[in-house]
Design a protein around this ligand. Structure first.
Ligand code: SAH
Length: 214
């Protein structure tokens, strides 16, 4: 497939998998039209870049289904001057989508090979507002806190306290929560001015588990 073929597939993906399913935020649709998802995938699976399911990217990890990337991004209600933290860099695709909309994206990956490969992709594609590190994302990235928004793309069994602490009052966090052996639910957390937070349970999803410690 050449660039034109990928572009057509990408437009079709945004129309059929994203817009038709109710994602209406023009910033999210624009970001998903702009980011070349195939660039974030190993060569042998690139032809699957715009399919409607998660794809194996090696190391037992997956690049999330496009619709899941879109809905999680939309729920964060990002502004152009926001600072966002992502846990679970994986391929780097979700970080790139966030970076189209927000000002700065900080992303943490626990598997060194994946983190390095994503960092190389960000560099190759010229992203200057994505900052990547290897580490245990359960602990967040305290040096750059607080964040306007946090997105977790691997599933913990409970909401990590350090992430709540690193969220700005008025900030939003989206994450899948649940047991590793089954599906999980997307949880939307909103932190209030007094430091307390509320959580809303949304749709059932399937993510790889959030691993603990290096
Ligand atoms: N956002 C990714 C999809 C991630 S899959 C994308 O757009 O491609 C989940 C990722 O979370 C995997 O790469 C996995 O290695 C990583 N992960 C698992 N536990 C983690 C932890 N404790 N800290 C940081 N990353 C973690």
């Amino acid at each position: 497939m050449n660039e034109e073929d990928y572009k057509k597939k990408r437009e079709q993906m945004v129309a059929e998998q994203i817009a038709q399913r109710g994602i209406a935020d023009p910033r999210v649709l624009g970001a998903m039209l702009a980011v070349e998802r195939q660039q974030f995938m190993p060569t042998q699976v690139r032809h699957l870049a715009y399919e409607d399911y998660p794809v194996d990217i090696g190391h037992g990890q997956t690049i999330s289904q496009p619709y899941i990337v879109a809905i999680m991004t939309e729920l964060l209600k990002l502004d152009a001057d926001d600072k966002v933290l992502e846990i679970g860099t994986g391929s780097g695709y979700q970080a790139a989508v966030l970076a189209q909309i927000a000002k700065e994206v900080y992303t943490v990956e626990i598997v060194e090979a994946l983190g390095k490969s994503a960092a190389a992709t960000f560099k190759k594609l010229g992203y200057k507002n994505i900052h990547a590190k290897i580490g245990d994302g359960y602990e967040g990235w305290p040096e750059h806190a607080p964040y306007d928004a946090i997105i977790v793309t691997a599933a913990p069994e409970h909401i990590p306290e350090p992430l709540i602490a690193q969220l700005k009052p008025g900030g939003r966090m989206i994450l899948p929560v649940g047991p590793v052996t089954s599906f999980q639910y997307l949880i939307l957390v909103e932190k209030h001015a007094d430091g307390t937070y509320t959580q809303e349970k949304l749709e059932a999803v399937r993510f790889v588990p959030l691993k603990r410690s290096l």
